[in-house]
Unconditional design. Structure first.
Lengths: 345, 298
C-alpha cells in the first residue's frame, strides 16, 4: 500500500521538492546577505552602548530601501499562507475524489488490502509529507528573515514599522505553526473530498473553509490560547498620539504603547472609575493649544489599560497553535477513516 | 459443494429507489454464472454488494462464507473487474502488475507476466493509452493473478468490439479451466454468456426472476403452440412464463417439472436467449410502472 501511495503521489512530491529547492536557493542567498548586513550594522554589540533601538531602525531602513529584500520578505509571508492552502487543494481534496471519479476506487478496494488500511496509509504518508513541506518552508523563511525579525523587535528609532513575529500576520508565517496549518489543510481537503465526492467542488470548499479559519483564528481564538497580560499604568500625557473631539464635548484619547515585540490586543484610556474615557473634554482642550490640553488631561486621573501578549510568549503560543491544528487534522483524519470504513462508494 | 454466494432478503436502496430488492440466492461453487438482466436491473448493485463496495440496506449477503470486504483475507479470495474496467491512467502496465504484487499476498507473478506477454501489451505503456480491449484484459489479469476463489465481472465486455470480446472470453474460459475458480459475470447480452456460462441468474426490475443451472433450465422450459386455450385450464404443475394468443392459437413459454405429453400442443425446446427474453418481457408487461430509468449508481 505504501508503494502504491508513493507511486501515485510521486509527481506532486517532486513538484513540491522542486519548489522547495528553488525557494531554498533564493532564501539562502538573500538570507546570507541579510545576515551579513545585520552583522555589520553593529546591532550585535549594541548592548554595551545602549543604542540598540536606533541601530535596529537603521538596519531596517537599509533593508527596506532594497526592493529585492522587501519583495522577498513579503513573498516569504505570502508563501507560508498560500502553501498550506495549495496542499489542501491539490493534495488533500483529490486524494479520494480522483479515485471516485476515475472509478479506480473499485480497483483499489478489491485488492487484498482493506479500505481502512488504504485510507490510513494515504492519510499518514501524504499528511506527513504535507507537514514536512510546511515545516521546511517555514524553517527556510524563518531563518532567512531572522535578522529582520530580530531588528523589528528592537527598533525604536524612525524607520519602517515592521511587525513583531508574535503579531497576527507574521505569527503564522514563522516558526512551527505552518506545520500545523499544512496538516490541517491537507486533512480538510481529504474530508471535503470524502463528503462532496467531486474534485472541483471539494477544492473550492477546502479553500473557502481554510481561508475562513485563517482569518477568524487570529481574531477569535489565538488571543485566548494564553490569557493576555493586562497592564494598568498612570496616564502619561507625553504618550498621546491622537485626540479627537466631537461637538457634544465627547473626546477620545489615543496613546502610544511601549511594549517592544509584544502583540497588543487592546489599548484604552480609562477614567478614575475604570470606564473608557469618552469625555467630557476639559475646557482647556477647546483652545487650540495642545500642551495646555495635555496638561488638563493629565490632571483627570486617567489611566492607560493595555492587554497584550508579551514577546516571551511567542514559543508557547506557537506550540499551542501547532498542537491544536495538528489535533484538528487528526480529528478530520479520524472522521475520514470512519466514513470510509462505513462504506463510501 | 459450498456456496460461493449466499444472500437472504438482500436489498439496496438509493434514497427512495430500490436498486435491488428481496434477493435470496444461493450460488453453488464451481460454476460460471451468468447474471443477466436489462440495464438498471440491479446487476451492478448485486456485484457491488458481493464485493463489499456497497453495504446492504436490508438482508444479508455472504461470499465464500464471509462478510464481503470484511478483512484482507476475505478481499484476497474475491477478484473483481468493475464496469468499464477502471485502471490508473497514469500508471504503466508494469506498474499495475507491481501494484497487484504489492497489494495481494497470493499474487502469481509468473501468471500475470505470461498473460501480459501473450496479450502483446507493452509493459512500459501507460494504461491510459491502452485500447478498451487491452484495458479490460489488464483489469482481468489483475483480478486473475491475485488467485481468487471467486471472480466477479461486471459487464466486462459490454464496451468491447467483437474481436476483443472473443479474446476476453477466451482468456476467461482458459482461466476457469486451469484454476479452481468460480465466476459470476454480468451482461445484458445473452449471446455472450451462452458460450461460457453453465449457471444463469435473471435479474429484472431489481428482483431475481430465475436462477439455476443452464442444462436444467433448458430441460424444464418448453415452448408450446396449439389451439387457443384459456390459461385457467392448464395443468397445475405448469408455470407460464410468457403467453401470447391469437383468435385461434395460443403460444406459451412454460416451466414444467415433467415432460409435456399432451398431444394438443406442439412442443419445441427453448434456447437460452428466448428463455431470458421470456422472463424479461414477463416483468416488463407485469409491472410496467416500475421500469427503472437509470443504471444503478456506480
Amino acid at each position: 500500500m505504501i508503494w502504491l501511495t508513493w507511486r501515485q503521489f510521486r509527481t506532486p512530491a517532486w513538484v513540491a521538492a522542486t519548489a522547495l529547492a528553488a525557494a531554498a536557493i533564493l532564501l539562502a542567498v538573500t538570507g546570507l546577505h541579510l545576515a551579513h548586513l545585520y552583522d555589520t550594522s553593529g546591532i550585535g554589540t549594541c548592548h554595551g552602548h545602549g543604542d540598540c533601538g536606533q541601530l535596529a531602525s537603521n538596519f531596517l531602513t537599509q533593508v527596506a530601501a532594497s526592493n529585492l529584500y522587501h519583495t522577498i520578505y513579503l513573498l516569504g509571508i505570502a508563501g507560508l499562507y498560500v502553501a498550506p492552502a495549495i496542499i489542501g487543494i491539490f493534495w488533500g481534496a483529490p486524494l479520494v475524489t480522483r479515485e471516485i471519479e476515475n472509478g479506480t476506487l473499485r480497483l483499489a478496494w478489491n485488492q487484498s488490502v482493506t479500505r481502512t488500511r488504504w485510507i490510513a496509509v494515504k492519510l499518514s504518508l501524504v499528511g506527513l509529507l504535507a507537514m514536512a513541506t510546511g515545516g521546511l518552508l517555514s524553517l527556510m523563511v524563518t531563518w532567512s528573515d531572522s535578522p529582520i525579525d530580530r531588528a523589528a523587535a528592537m527598533a525604536t528609532g524612525p524607520g519602517p514599522a515592521l511587525l513583531s513575529r508574535i503579531t497576527p500576520v507574521l505569527f503564522g508565517a514563522r516558526g512551527i505553526a505552518p506545520i500545523g496549518y499544512a496538516a490541517f489543510a491537507f486533512a480538510l481537503g481529504v474530508t471535503a473530498g470524502v463528503l462532496i465526492r467531486r474534485t472541483v467542488p471539494a477544492m473550492a470548499a477546502t479553500l473557502a473553509v481554510f481561508i475562513t479559519v485563517q482569518i477568524a483564528w487570529p481574531m477569535l481564538v489565538r488571543p485566548h490560547l494564553i490569557a493576555p497580560v493586562r497592564s494598568i499604568t498612570a496616564f502619561d500625557a507625553g504618550s498621546i498620539i491622537g485626540l479627537s473631539m466631537q461637538n457634544g464635548g465627547q473626546m477620545t484619547v489615543l496613546t502610544a504603547v511601549s511594549k517592544p515585540g509584544a502583540w497588543v490586543l487592546t489599548n484604552q484610556v480609562v477614567d478614575a472609575a475604570g470606564h473608557p474615557f469618552t469625555g467630557p473634554a476639559p475646557q482647556a482642550c477647546t483652545t487650540n493649544s495642545f500642551p495646555v490640553c495635555a496638561d488638563a488631561l493629565a490632571r483627570l486621573h486617567l489611566r492607560q489599560v493595555v492587554t497584550y501578549e508579551p514577546a516571551s510568549r511567542y514559543w508557547p503560543l506557537q506550540g499551542y497553535e501547532t498542537g491544536i491544528f495538528v489535533a484538528l487534522a487528526l480529528v478530520l483524519a479520524a472522521f475520514c477513516y470512519w466514513r470510509i470504513r462505513r462504506r463510501l462508494s | 459443494m459450498t456456496a460461493v454466494l449466499e444472500s437472504s432478503g438482500l436489498g439496496k436502496r438509493y434514497r427512495r429507489r430500490w436498486a435491488l430488492a428481496d434477493c435470496t440466492l444461493t450460488i453453488p461453487a464451481g460454476h460460471v454464472v451468468g447474471l443477466v438482466g436489462p440495464n438498471g436491473a440491479g446487476k451492478t448493485t448485486l456485484l457491488h454488494l458481493a464485493t463489499g463496495l456497497l453495504a446492504p440496506t436490508a438482508g444479508t449477503i455472504e461470499v465464500l462464507g464471509g462478510e464481503p470486504a470484511s478483512s484482507a483475507a476475505q478481499l484476497a479470495k474475491v477478484g473483481f473487474v468493475a464496469q468499464d474496467t477502471p485502471t490508473y491512467a497514469g500508471l504503466s502496465v508494469a506498474d499495475h502488475l507491481r501494484l497487484g504484487a504489492h497489494l495481494n499476498p497470493g499474487w502469481d507473478h509468473g501468471l500475470a507476466r505470461r498473460r501480459i506477454e501473450r496479450l502483446g501489451l507493452d509493459p512500459g505503456q501507460r494504461a491510459g493509452k491502452l485500447s478498451g480491449g487491452q484495458r479490460a484484459q489488464l483489469a482481468l489479469t489483475l483480478a486473475i493473478a491475485k488467485r481468487p476463489e471467486l471472480l466477479l465481472l461486471d459487464e466486462p465486455i459490454a464496451s468491447l468490439d467483437p474481436l476483443a470480446r472473443r479474446d476476453f472470453l477466451g482468456i476467461l474460459m482458459e482461466t476457469t479451466a486451469e484454476q479452481e475458480v468460480s465466476v459470476v459475470m454480468s451482461s445484458h447480452l445473452v449471446a455472450d454468456l451462452e458460450r461460457i456460462c453453465d449457471y444463469l441468474i435473471v435479474l429484472v426490475d431489481s428482483r431475481v426472476r430465475l436462477a439455476g443451472q443452464v442444462d436444467e433450465l433448458l430441460a424444464t422450459h418448453h415452448r408450446l403452440t396449439g389451439p387457443r386455450r384459456d390459461p385457467g385450464t392448464l395443468p397445475a404443475g405448469w408455470q407460464v412464463v410468457e403467453e401470447s394468443h391469437t383468435d385461434r392459437q395460443s403460444t406459451l413459454l412454460i416451466r414444467a417439472g415433467t415432460p409435456v405429453h399432451d398431444p394438443g400442443w406442439a412442443v419445441d425446446p427453448v434456447g437460452l436467449e428466448d428463455l431470458v427474453l421470456g422472463y424479461m418481457s414477463q416483468a416488463a408487461s407485469g409491472a410496467p410502472a416500475r421500469r427503472p430509468e437509470m443504471e444503478a449508481q456506480r
